[in-house]
Design a protein around this ligand. Sequence first.
Ligand SMILES: O=C(CO)COP(=O)(O)O
Length: 254
Amino acid sequence: MGRKFFVGGNWKCNGTTGEVKKIVNTLNEGQAPSQDVVEVVISPPFVFLPLVKESLRPDFHVAAQNCWVKKGGAFTGEVSAEMLVNLGIPWVVLGHSERRLLLNESNEFVGDKVAYALSQGLKVIACVGETLEQREAGSTMDVVAAQTNAIAERVSNWNDVVLAYEPVWAIGTGKVATPAQAQEVHSELRKWLGKNVNPEVATSTRIIYGGSVNGANCKELAAQPDVDGFLVGGASLKPEFIDIIKSAEVKKNA
Ligand SMILES: O=C(CO)COP(=O)(O)O
């Protein structure tokens, strides 16, 4: 079985109740390929998770944007993996660069979070990616390998992990990685998984790309052999998100 195309919409810290209802309506009315072809996961801020979960079409799923590193308790302001499970939220995004960089989440902390979330039965979109400085210094692979390694050291079952390669310089900048740049890192990451985890995990794990993906550039990126989908920020708040979901057809026809 091939890797099913995966499209995540990361709304980040955006939206009012009215805006959320409008986006959900647009998504519900959009024509998307069937669930056999594409897995769609929408990630609103915590406070909107119940509303989105209740009102979203049943073939799309929801994700939280973060969760606490261990069992809940006296951790003011945090949301635990158990709470997400209790609410029927199947997915969580962990290790997003905005959290790594702005909130100083280390590779080890992200690895611990991924392991704990999986242990509670959540599925995880784990994000890795280099800064512009790191890319220019030629250390892209070292950086993403170290980020992935911190996860691999703590996780034995990769069935419920989607790896998102999100170069920091491409996030929210309008400066998308070229299809060749994305393919190069995805293919290296897959080789890394083959060598450091095992060949089966390398073949089956979906590696998705994030960073200024939009309706115009998604098809060419989707056509790359090691690009298994997208994690979309800004464009996931717009009707063109449906076009990005449809780019799954590129794979089906490949
Ligand atoms: O960070 C991202 C998704 O997690 C990408 O954001 P943009 O699509 O806005 O560049």
